[in-house]
Design a protein around this ligand. Structure first.
Ligand code: BGC
Length: 711
């Protein structure tokens, strides 16, 4: 691919400055078609004759560091007689501050560009323009750019062009675009502009989001604009950025004369507020607007209810997904992380795949997971891997390698991805067998544990659930997914069937007491507990003793309501869902959240922050509760043997605590929806299925064909 083109770079390695590359070319005959094929190490912004080419923001996206996706753009209508193609390049994800690994492993690799223009004339002759010695480069008006730290732009800067350097970067594999383009999605106008008690001028957009902003102003040459971003204000109403940690998240701009409109080209921020540190005039609402960025996914899922607080939670879950599905599934979009943390993606993928069509999105990420997997089966903490050491496989996080392909199979019936990932799934569970300190358990290894569980000992981020119990239960779970996937693919899985029963046998002998909410929840949900009734009663009493409130972290939270409702405690599950006091989902809503918080206690009831280090206000993990609303409260379930909603089970579990609740998913087979209404002493159900379904109402089964039904 791009075999006749050469990798070109600026002659010296300029950390965090952005070179621009250009090539002039003339066209004398009538054109039938012109195409640009392009990719880079770093992120590029390409223009032809002053207009942006394509709408992929932060192209070519973020992949395993040894491969890069090539984009193909139809530029037929942009070609004139005299042309100038330009591309500006940042270090971006490739070797900006975010990527410790490439900065360490590949210190001599520069951000670089490679491309080809193909022109087909009306007489069917062809002409090619390749990236090569014929190009020039300069340091661009973007004088600083970094994913974490933001952008500086100098509109007065004169670019001085010099010859490019040719680089021999054949070690990087160029592949066709596999993922989903990141695009501008929505414009958010300022809600208010006000002065904080400290005297700062702050713009509030009313919504925490991921993206950038566009400034629009009249100025004199040399005037300065300087803006900072934040997600929240502190207790006193002042601008608060400590939770961004080392990410500077700033925008600086030096104006030219006259009217100017500018938006950053090669970075993004997670923010709701902007502080105006410097502006040539008094800022008004017409000087700025925010632009939401995310991968261009089709919305497919909708939840709605009679409770305004619950509806706000549903909206926050959607915004959490929008904010963190930016080319890869990230943990958060604001601080110095924004990484493809595997655990976060794993716990949220079911919800994600109902809310949006994420099949293609995960196709790319899972391919990278497979490529990042070490020979011995180890799955690094983040995909793409950015840490200089990959760490070790860790329960719940590394299980992304089995859970994600299986969920994509269930939601979209995609057997191809399952087949491609199958070896990776097997390698992962095989590795556990080698690293465990006790056979047939996952025992004695390092784990994140029930990350951010509220029962964490003081000074720790790890909840007090026993990491060996979590790890062993997830070991069994992942092996069970290998078995299911293997059967779908026609593989011999008898080895894994034996392994699975051994893990259960040994695990159950070793761990027969469950003492925390998380331990009980996962022991129930993953069918590990033998005396389910006793464990469910214990879980219920732990929750009731805690004032009908949860204590779970990243591991227990996604399964907590499921474990309750599957074991006779549906009303208690609703109590947790509808709980408004801390800690609960609706607590953050009542505190004014517009996205999902990383920590139940992001802001406590005294208005203080629980921590400055681990306090993102846009972390989707706890938004995984939506899969309980879709799948249990409204009862829409996939069927393992008939994936992709070819057959559906719809078994709603209503409550008198709400007047009504509804869920709708636009599946590949058509719309499936389930709503119930509390009508005095009876419930009314309205159900639509796109395919054959088993509807279960009050324990009674109705086998129906595609259609709409009222009970
Ligand atoms: C991230 C998480 C991640 C975790 C690992 C954090 O810093 O933000 O969401 O999963 O580290 O425990």
């Amino acid at each position: 691919m791009l075999n006749n083109s050469k990798w070109i770079s600026y002659p010296t390695k300029e950390d965090y400055t952005c070179p621009v590359f250009r090539r002039k070319f003339a066209v004398s005959k009538k054109i039938k078609k012109a195409t640009l094929k392009i990719t880079s190490l770093g992120c590029y912004y390409a223009e032809l004759n002053g207009s942006r080419i394509g709408d992929f923001i932060l192209a070519p996206g973020w992949t395993y560091y040894k491969r890069t996706q090539m984009q193909t753009y139809d530029i037929t209508n942009m070609i004139k007689n005299e042309n100038e193609i330009k591309a500006t390049l940042s270090s971006g994800w490739f070797n900006g501050r975010i990527n410790i690994r490439t900065r360490k492993e590949l210190p001599d690799v520069y951000p670089a560009l490679i491309c080809e223009i193909e022109i087909i004339y009306s007489d069917n002759t062809k002409e090619y323009i390749y990236s090569d010695e014929g190009w020039e480069c300069a340091l661009s008006k973007i004088t600083f750019s970094d994913i974490y730290d933001g952008e500086s732009y100098d509109a007065t800067y004169e670019e001085k062009f010099i010859p490019v350097k040719i680089q021999n970067y054949n070690e990087f594999k160029i592949v066709n675009q596999q993922g989903v383009f990141v695009k501008e999605q929505e414009i958010v106008y300022p809600r208010s502009i006000f002065k904080t008690p400290k005297g700062e001028t702050v713009i509030d957009f009313g919504q925490n989001m991921t993206g950038y902003f566009e400034i629009d102003l009249d100025a004199k040459r040399g005037d300065k604009v300087s803006l900072s971003v934040a997600e929240v204000l502190d207790r006193d109403g002042n601008f608060y950025t400590e939770n961004y940690r080392s990410a500077k998240a700033k925008f600086d701009y030096i104006c030219d004369d006259g009217h100017q409109v500018y938006k950053p080209k090669l970075c993004f921020w997670g923010f709701r507020y902007i502080r105006v540190d410097c502006f040539p005039c008094e800022v008004t609402k017409s000087n700025i607007k925010a632009i939401v960025l995310h991968s261009d996914l089709k919305r497919t899922g909708y939840l709605n209810s009679s409770s305004p607080l619950l509806n706000k939670l549903f909206s926050n879950i959607i915004w959490g997904q929008k904010g963190n599905f930016l080319d890869i599934p990230t943990d958060c979009p604001q601080r110095d992380e924004r990484l493809g943390w595997t655990g976060d993606a794993q716990v949220f993928i079911k919800t994600a795949s109902y809310n949006y069509d994420v099949e293609k999105f995960f196709d790319k990420w899972l391919e990278d997971l497979r490529l990042e997997q070490k020979r011995e089966g180890l799955i690094p903490f983040c995909i793409p891997q950015v840490h200089d050491r990959p760490g070790s496989s860790t329960a719940v996080w590394s299980d992304a390698s089995t859970v994600c392909p299986w969920q994509i199979y269930l939601t979209y019936a995609n057997k191809k991805i399952l087949a491609r990932q199958f070896k990776s799934m097997c390698d992962y569970v095989d590795e556990i067998g080698r690293i465990t300190k006790e056979k047939y358990l996952w025992y004695g290894c390092w784990h994140f544990g029930d990350w951010l569980g509220l029962d964490a000992p003081a000074g720790s981020y790890k909840g007090s659930s026993n990491p060996d119990i979590i790890a062993t239960i997830f070991y069994a779970y992942s092996v069970s997914l290998v078995i299911k996937a293997g059967k779908v693919l026609g593989k011999n899985v008898s080895k894994y069937e034996r392994l699975h029963s051994k893990i259960l046998e040994n695990g159950r002998k070793k761990f027969n007491e469950f003492n925390t909410q998380t331990e009980c929840a996962i022991a129930l949900y993953f069918d590990f507990a033998q005396d389910k009734k006793a464990v469910a009663d214990k879980l219920a009493s732990l929750i009731i003793e805690n004032g009908k409130r949860l204590k779970t972290g990243f591991v227990g939270t996604p399964y907590l309501l499921h474990a309750l409702s599957e074991n006779g405690y549906t009303e208690l599950a609703y109590d947790l869902l509808l709980q408004e006091n801390y800690p609960s989902w609706l607590y953050s809503v009542k505190q004014g959240a517009t996205t999902i918080w990383e920590h139940w206690d992001g802001v406590n009831d005294k208005g203080e922050f629980w921590s400055k280090d681990m306090n993102s206000f846009n972390h989707y993990a706890y938004g995984s509760v939506a899969d309980w609303v879709y799948g249990v409260a409204c009862g829409i379930k996939t069927v393992d043997e008939k994936p992709g909603f070819e057959e559906v089970i719809i078994a709603p579990k209503p409550t008198k605590k709400l007047k009504w609740l509804s869920a709708k998913i636009e599946t590949r087979k058509g719309t499936v929806s389930s709503a119930w209404f509390n009508e005095g002493d009876k419930f009314r159900y309205e159900i639509t299925t796109p395919s054959k379904a088993t509807i279960i109402i009050d324990g009674k089964e109705f086998c129906v064909e595609k259609g709409s039904y009222v009970f």
